[in-house]
Design a protein around this ligand. Structure first.
Ligand code: EPU
Length: 367
């Protein structure tokens, strides 16, 4: 272990395996690794690494990453900044500010416990707070962009700490400026969410509504949180330690957004009506449906990788898998769906440590 310092001392370890730090359990070593538990330590570590010319990767909960077998030849920094504050605004809302390293589901649980509405349907999602604005985390009818008031971030371009409004973040489905136009520029330090005091839970999403069918009393925030966790578990999207059937990065592909004529083409090719939802000026098709009808059923296996027995969007590490196993299976799925339906799926997890041409070929984004 070495120490690289300007003001604070930041212990830096060498050759740390990244696989155990990801939910897929895959990935080679980080050349250097440090854990920053305060804003100052994180900013300082970024600046020290910048001065030294090391590539930098900021790591959160590791739940949306595919790390290459070669690992990362630079400094991996765990953004383990803690702390949660609740400030009543006096207008029926509470501002909740959480450090980037706060476990997301613990935050949801704490908010539900205080009767704060707005993120109850985002229960059971793995990972840390800092990642939520980056891919605009969403599920069961809610997206964090609906409730984000402010993102505090370190701007690598100007070396300043900045405060971004929701509009500055440019949110849409699974995207923001952080993973598109300004990718690599900002490091999220904390996020402020505005939640409603004593408001009813959101139960508009069909799966959630169905959980309360035939029930007379309106469900509480806690009831909805519990129902969403049950639904996620039934779809292999509640990651449980030690269960290979859910050893995944959640949804491996994004749901493609296409125009009406492409959607009709899918129906014609499938000989069935593909479910669809309006989104971002087009129609969103379920990638899971396309994968299943392209011949990759639940529980499909390819050696050490496969699809979960509960959901075709969860590409799983069945045990001892490598990143190249994942890539070859992911490529087979992309080709199968494209050949069958003329739609190219794009990976949802960010790629780490792969050559640019590989990232481009898969239509992925680099972390
Ligand atoms: N379906 C299949 N086969 C399957 C599973 C689903 O054909 O094995 C079809 C069904 O027609 C189903 C449709 O796909 O109606 C949609 O499935 P589901 O309701 O499970 O939602 P999803 O579109 O697969 C998305 C998000 C999830 C989020 C859920 C609930 C993406 C890429 N995924 O999944 O987010 O939890 O909706 O809102 O947008 C994640 O991003 O990692 C994630 C888990």
């Amino acid at each position: 272990m070495g120490c690289y310092t300007r003001g604070a001392v930041i212990p830096v370890q060498e050759n740390i395996r990244l696989a155990p730090l990801t939910t897929l359990g895959i990935g080679g070593p980080a050349r250097r690794f440090a854990r920053a538990s305060t804003e100052d330590a994180l900013v300082e570590a970024l600046e020290v690494a910048g001065d030294a010319g090391w590539p930098r990767l900021v790591l959160g909960g590791g739940s949306n990453l595919l790390v290459s077998d070669a690992g990362f030849d630079g400094l991996v920094l765990a953004a383990a900044i803690g702390g949660v504050t609740f400030t009543e605004a006096g207008d029926g809302t509470t501002r909740v500010t959480a450090g980037a390293g706060v476990n997301w589901d613990s935050l949801v649980s704490a908010c539900v416990g205080r009767g704060l509405a707005g993120i109850e349907c985002l229960s059971g999602i793995p990972g840390w707070v800092g990642a939520t604005p980056i891919q605009n985390v969403g599920a069961y009818g809610q997206e964090v962009s609906d409730v984000i008031a402010r993102v505090r971030a370190y701007d690598r371009q100007t070396a300043d700490v900045v405060e971004l409004s929701a509009a500055d973040c440019g949110f849409s489905y699974r995207t923001s400026v952080f993973n598109t136009t300004a990718r690599g520029r900002y490091v999220v330090l904390s996020v402020t969410y505005v939640l409603r005091d004593d408001a009813p839970p959101a139960i508009g999403y069909p799966d959630v509504a169905r959980a309360f069918d035939g029930r007379a009393a309106p469900p509480s925030l806690r009831d909805v949180r519990d129902a969403v966790r049950r639904i996620r578990a039934s779809k292999a999207m509640l990651l449980t330690d030690g269960d290979a059937d859910v050893r995944s990065a959640g949804s491996f592909f994004k749901n493609p957004i296409v125009d009406e004529s492409a959607a009709h083409g899918v129906d014609a090719a499938a000989g069935a009506a593909c479910p669809r939802y309006p989104a971002d000026g087009g129609v969103k098709l379920p990638a899971a449906w396309l994968i299943e009808r392209a011949g990759f059923g639940k529980g499909t296996r390819r050696g050490r990788v496969g699809l979960s027995t509960k959901h075709t969007l969860a590409l799983i590490n069945r045990g001892g898998a490598s990143a190249s196993d994942v890539l070859s299976f992911a490529g087979e799925i992309q080709e199968g769906v494209e050949a069958g339906f003329g739609v190219r799926l794009r990976p949802e997890p960010a790629f780490v440590g792969f050559p640019d041409d590989v990232v481009r070929r898969f239509g992925a984004v680099s972390a």
